[in-house]
Unconditional design. Sequence first.
Lengths: 376, 288, 287
Amino acid sequence: MTSSPVTRTLDGTARAAVEVRLEGLSRHYGPVVALDHLDLILQPGELVALLGPSGCGKTTTLRLLAGLEDADTGHITVAGKDITHVSAAKRDMGMVFQAYSLFPHMTVRQNVAFGLRLRKVGTAERDKRALEMLDLVGLSTQADRYPHQISGGQQQRVALARALAIEPQVLLLDEPLSALDAKVRAQLRDEIRRIQLDVGITTLFVTHDQEEALAIADRVGVMREGRLEQLAPPTEVYSRPATSFVAEFVGLSNRLAGEVRGGEVTVRGCKLPLVEQDVPDGQVVALVRPEAVSLASRAPDSDSGPLTGTVIAITFLGATSRVTVDLGDTRVMAQLPTSEASALAAGSRVVLAIRPDPVLVSADSDPAALAAGEDA
Amino acid sequence: MAVAATTETGARPSRAGRRLSAPAWVGTVPFLGYVAIFLLWPTGIVVVDALKNPNGAWAFSNITELGNPLVRGYFIGSFKLCLISSLLGAVFGAILAYAVASGDPDGTVRRLYLAVSGVLAQFGGVTLAFAFLVVIGPVGLLFHASWFYSFPWGITVIYAYFQIPLMVLVFLPAIDGLKVQWREASENLGASAWQYWRHVGGPLLAPAFLGGTLLLFANALSAFATIWAWENQIAYIVPQQISIALSSEVGLSNVNVADLLALGMVIMVAIVMTGYALLQRRAARWLR
Amino acid sequence: MAAVTALSETPAAESAGRPRGMQARRRRRLNLFRYVVFTVFGLFFLLPLLAMARFSLEGATLGTWSLTAWKQIASYSGTGIPPLISSIEITLELAVITCAVMLVLLVPTMIWVRLRVRWLARTMEFLCLLPLTIPAIALVVGLGEIYNRLQHFSLSALMLFWVYVILALPYAYQALAAGLNAINVETLSEAARSLGASWFTVMMRVIAPNMRQAILNALLLTASLVLGEFTIAYLLLYNNLQVELYSISRNTPNAGVLFSTSLAALLLTFVLLLILSYAGRRRRGRG
């Protein structure tokens, strides 16, 4: 993880990137608890992605940080200064909304320069800076167009330029890509990250799309019902999920029955190490990633073993394919290179193997029922 | 056979079959016909008659009648009243509309005020005059408010009674169209409430506001009935003159001049309405 | 990984139910503004209506109450004037006819134009707003001829509906246009067409039901226009509700029945509009 602690400003001078601390933040709407004593620290210059399903509190967190809503309890500290009671207009943060936030009666240039205008920057100077920001996002040719004349992706870039133009201490992004086409989304996502690294600004990025979060964040915070389930770099969240919710929300998981003995779990005849060290012996449900499941060999029809089964479905995903295999009492998803998967057809009998990656186990609910209810 | 198969898929006729269907616009004929007869035709008659003599010959000299100081006085009086009442109605109507819009979209208050506006906007005329009669008239509650009788104040208050609701009806969608993201974005960029209204909210609402004002103006011009029932203020209102001329009582004896006066009003209002339509188009684009 | 920290404001703030903070303060200020506005305007609008109500309930001697004025609505008849009730009947019938014609004429046409004849949309908008441009009084001048001819068919005041439809066009158009804009007409019609619906079915079975609120709105506005119309009826020498009221007022300026009738008309429309707003589209909160 690279995070430079320095934010580069437009006139080239370096400014120290800031640390953001959210401590004990709570917010409720009537009986609904949106945030439950949330603690989160953003390191200077880092991009933290808040990931979770609708209603998990990620947007609330962002809006509390922006000052657009008031917290019931808790403190917000930026660069050492407590800003919990500072009004949104004075917080010096730049925010990119999901959609519709550009002022329709102003040109792109005027939109970007708006914040500077409020700060009483002279016309020539602010035009110059606006153009620089538009250059940064690659839209200087559209400077004199109106928002309704440019595409959704371009609008979001303008929104980003506008947010950065005021040289804020913190950058806030509220699902900025959700309203865009898939292709534009991927492009813009990488650009946002590039710009963020270039400028070096501390950033909070909210999304419900785990692919986005994993792709660009320094750390990912998975949230659920107002709490942080895990806050860790993407690779860790993916391969060493802290809870089964995280394991299920981020990436796909196979839920397989297994037995823990002596610090290892045996799943269908394979011994797998555990993510957590101190799990008591007993029956558990192990969460196995599809990419850890591979094709050992083809099997003659008569064979049967714990990992022998029939191919039910093959989903073509491009470079890889997902193969669903019926093992008799449960189903398993395997992620294979397409070259391998193309040799298979529905109905083929195969033998699977499980790579010994550390797995997360949980002692909860009936594994069989869960397996039956699981969908590829 | 093989040959037939290929040509089958290759050369399809450009028309998908021979359908005897009329072009789509035919469906609008009933409506257009109706409007043509009952709106365009009478307007045409007014325009044409205005430029003719009683005996049917073209007489553009009728236009010089408009230069008649009496006639001018009537037009100016009309104009003044309508201007004041529409400005007042617009400002107060906008304030009320904002109050309604900023509340619960499903709430009781909003429904109440919208229903009230819907009713009062239409109920100009006689009913209104009665209502004010009882408030201000000889046995009314506020009998001693003699300022009320001086033109144009009394009548302006009466006009406000239906101008304000009309403004609410027309302006409310515009306020609803203000997206919350704009407010939040400008706040985030550092704008105070005043700055938001000055740079963002105000300019965005301006076309709708001006449009509403124009609409109110046109409406005021047409609000003849109210005057008629409020008998005191006979002078200075053009529609009054026209009806007098029509019923060939005292006043201009030439019925074609009645047409001319009508024409003058039509022109005045037409200009206003074109402005309104243009403004609405602009507002609709931003606030959809 | 949420560690519970000690740093938090006193729970009292939470349980007090009054969150302190910028946004809450701003909301409170806004609510104050709203209450003031609603009170002031409420009084302004209510005062004459209350005054009318009071007059309509006045008895023979000052200070007594009586329902005579209201009962008289059904039976009033001054010297040489046809009974009030007949003009009420005529006006109500006029309202129904005008609404029906408006419905049949405008709704299909607007939907049709929106779906298939889009190049006429501007023209239609212009035509529908035109009646606002032309003062009723000027319209009368031009209509005189036409109505002379119409008189050959019928002398009834019901003939007024021809011009009332025109008068109501702007209001009905605005209401219907708002309804059309709120739904995705194109997508709905494409979906229906792909399922095999004819254009007629699309209009009547798919689009129109989704515009229920707007249609009701338009009808209500039309009806209230008819109930309140005076000028054209008067100048064309017909006897509708408002004209009748005016005639009565000429002879007996303080007849209680004037106020009771006016109030009744107003209240009727108001209640209908209110009911309509509840019967229409129910908007749920942010889903």
